[in-house]
Design a protein around this ligand. Structure first.
Ligand SMILES: Cc1cc2nc3c(=O)[nH]c(=O)nc-3n(C[C@H](O)[C@H](O)[C@H](O)COP(=O)(O)OP(=O)(O)OC[C@H]3O[C@@H](n4cnc5c(N)ncnc54)[C@H](O)[C@@H]3O)c2cc1C
Length: 461
């Protein structure tokens, strides 16, 4: 695709579409929108615009399409695969000022939001209704960014990922046309499921300007446990068994000893330095949870657990999950001379012990400091790899580890990305993962965005 550079005429025209303080070509603003939380490098946008309503988005997209200007949506920039970084310059649409909670329909368990709402703020707002929006990527992500990446989190094993909560979307297409898709119902068999085509499309098909989300009730009771194992393989087998026995954990997170060491150092958690499972169950009563916890203990023991500490109180459990959510930042702080790559793959649950044991072996054999942690109940593994900034040798080895891990995941029937999306980093694996269906994805892209102006250079190799 051929795009035009942003001219002074374009700048004048676009400036006229929004208030003066919502258009910028300032160097620091451009730099801030050229980097997400990944190690990937893109290029500077030529202008950043903060729309506040859908009519502005319509006008900007129509103009950008007519003038062949690339447009990339921006939520909080917390992506881990370069998803919102421009690679063809152009415009960034930053949705942080389009962040209203439009309507809460408690009785229907639904909320209408603009795309720039931060999910933690949404849940804070909903607190007194007894409802919440469960996907929890941890970073301060926007609903628009979560929809575009189909984000998940620690509770996905029980509650599902973002796609499971999207009922209805309003999207502006590249042409400026507004498309409303879906209904305000929790089920429908009516026609093609267009809203879910846009979930996970990383802003390459259209720009989300409003979403109706499903909500669920806050759990009555919870119960949590910390379980240690002699090896990640043993822990991996316990994970597989817990899922197979249908115990339905609300969180099932596995951390290797390197992660536990960081937790103890930064949060003084005093945990044993062994591969560790964090288990959480949600349910209607303490009696129900005690029975489930007893079964989980038995399964862990059969798989060689060293210690099982159940009955964590709310404070203790919150401290553990707070530490878990901060893990990425802890790794960065522990390696100030390094850049960090966060690998994200997912495999069928039976293949999970294989992939987690491979992760540890690969990092150790390459002499790269690695931290393996995972939403284990979903077969979703992350491996944080720390490479010294100016050591090309480190980065060659990290690339090799990533390639081997992703190839292995795909060969096991898994995916190159469980939740972080394709962005820049996973484009090269798309053909291996999708085969001939990749071409159909490309046709869909051309149908919605014939000039390829929306987030160009993403998803497709
Ligand atoms: C410490 C840390 C932990 C994380 N843990 C998790 C995790 O557990 N699970 C997980 O899934 N992710 C995780 N992430 C990744 C990240 O938080 C998620 O991918 C999140 O969904 C990104 O949201 P965002 O608002 O930052 O979007 P951005 O990064 O700004 O953008 C993401 C994508 O959405 C597009 N986009 C943004 N707004 C719109 C819009 N209105 N319409 C169309 N497209 C749009 C962008 O172009 C881009 O392609 C983590 C990140 C960090 C830094």
């Amino acid at each position: 695709m051929n795009f035009n550079p942003l001219s002074t005429v374009h700048i004048q025209d676009l400036k006229a579409m929004v208030a003066a303080d919502r258009f910028s070509t300032g160097a620091s603003v451009l730099k801030l929108h050229a980097k997400d939380q990944s190690h990937h490098r893109g290029c500077l946008p030529e202008a950043v615009i903060w729309p506040t309503d859908r009519l502005e988005v319509v006008e900007i997209l129509k103009y950008a399409n007519d003038n062949r200007l690339p447009v990339v949506g921006w939520g909080s920039g917390s992506s881990l695969e370069g998803n919102p970084i421009p690679v063809k310059n152009g415009l960034v649409l930053d949705f942080s000022q389009m962040n209203c909670i439009l309507d809460v329909r408690e009785e229907d368990f639904q909320v209408d939001v603009q795309p720039g709402v931060i999910y933690q703020d949404l849940n804070e707002h909903l607190k007194y209704t007894g409802l919440f929006f469960p996907p929890d990527p941890g970073a301060r992500a926007t609903v628009g960014g979560m929809i575009a990446n189909n984000a998940s989190g620690t509770r996905t094993v029980y509650y599902g990922s973002t796609k499971d909560y999207v009922l209805k979307l309003t999207v502006v297409l590249a042409s400026g046309e507004v498309l409303e898709m879906g209904r305000r119902v929790s089920k429908t068999s009516s026609g093609y499921d267009l809203p879910h085509l846009f979930v996970g499309s990383e802003g390459t098909l259209g720009v989300v300007v409003e979403a109706t989300l499903r909500l669920v009730g806050l759990p009555e009771e919870f119960s949590a446990a910390v379980v240690t194992f002699p090896s990640v393989e043993a822990a991996g087998k316990a994970v597989s068994a817990i899922v197979r026995y249908g115990l339905n954990p609300a969180a099932l997170e596995l951390l290797d000893s390197a992660c536990i060491e960081l937790f103890n150092r930064e949060k003084a958690l005093g945990l044993d330095l062994s591969p560790t499972l964090f288990l959480e169950f949600h349910g209607p009563s303490i009696a129900y949870l005690s029975e489930i916890m007893g079964m989980a203990e038995e399964i862990c023991r059969e798989n060689g657990s060293l210690a099982f500490s159940p009955g964590l109180g709310r404070d203790e459990r919150n401290r553990l999950f707070e530490a878990r959510h901060e893990l990425g930042e802890m790794v960065v702080r522990a390696h100030t001379d390094c850049r960090i790559q966060v690998l994200d793959v997912a495999v069928p649950i039976t293949a999970y012990p294989d992939i987690i044991s491979m992760a540890r072996q690969e990092a150790d054999a390459a002499g790269i400091q690695g931290y393996a942690f995972s939403h284990a109940g979903d077969g979703n593994l992350h491996l944080c790899l720390a490479g010294r900034k100016d050591e090309t040798g480190d980065w060659e080895r990290i690339d090799r580890i990533s390639q081997r891990m992703v190839s292995k995941a795909i060969s096991l029937g898994g995916t190159a990305t469980g939740e972080h999306g394709v962005g820049i980093g996973k484009r090269k694996y798309m053909l291996a993962e999708h085969g001939s269906s990749l071409e159909w994805m490309q046709r869909i892209k051309s149908l919605f965005d014939p000039n390829g102006i929306l987030n160009p250079g993403k998803i497709f190799p």
